[in-house]
Design a protein around this ligand. Sequence first.
Ligand code: AMP
Length: 298
Amino acid sequence: MIVTADPTDVSRAVKDARDNTARIGLVPTMGALHEGHLSLVQAARDECRFVVVSLFVNPTQFGPHEDFDLYPRPLEADLTTCRNAGVNLVFHPETDTIYPDGCATFVEVDGLSQTLEGRFRPGHFRGVTTVVLTLLNIVRPDVAYFGHKDYQQQLLIRQMCRDLALPVEIRTCPTVRAADGLALSSRNRYLDAEQRRSALTLWESLSLARDQLVAGKTDLAAIRQAMHNHLASTPRVNVDYATIVHPDTLEEPSQPLPNMIAIVAARVDDLRLIDNLPITLHTIESAFYASGPVSYPS
Ligand code: AMP
């Protein structure tokens, strides 16, 4: 396994691999790797002969009062995890490699980046799309892998790649959860036992929405309120949003659609967590809707 902080080494290794006609896969992460990240690595290994993982805690996607300094950075453990997972190259650049002195260019996806996470974390997605574009330019993968867990993020990245004609395929992999439903997250390690119990209400709130919709309830406003109430009634939990949205536009429909995303963000004390759940209603005739069936990755 090659380990480097130098983009030139990355380009050279990728070029050598490409000369051997290997497909190149990139899994961008902020490190503190867990089974969720490893599922992306596995998906990359299934499709690509050369798998690159980037470990970079990206400062531009954190707000001034967010947890950039506290974000875990267990580099040695991550390298061991990558080695054991069969990763071919780990790229862990310094901040000034990604943002050289005088760097003044950012990329921003209008519209989609303003809602949900964008409303509560102004500038967050500008940082995300900028770093992802830079990583794509350094690594030049054929395929890049993202998690459904960050639903809005993968949607924005797909749009950026489409809009800028980037020669890369984007894959979105299902959310990996603990046995009780809590979505795995690098930040979970900071939850004590009581906070973890509170954090589980994110999953409960999503499940509640799914159960009500599958049971045939159609009053989306009432379901959204029930999701919100379930979270808000939990000690130590402050809700940012709890809603049901269109999978492509992230707009809130007034009537159930064949495919929807239930999506939540809440703070457990100081720790902010997000989660979402795709909901499919087989009983709804998709042809009924003018826009036709909506697709999102399973
Ligand atoms: P992060 O290190 O949190 O920036 O995440 C890196 C990538 O891993 C992103 O594409 C995330 O969506 C994905 N990811 C994070 N948690 C999970 C999870 N529980 N299941 C699947 N993918 C995940």
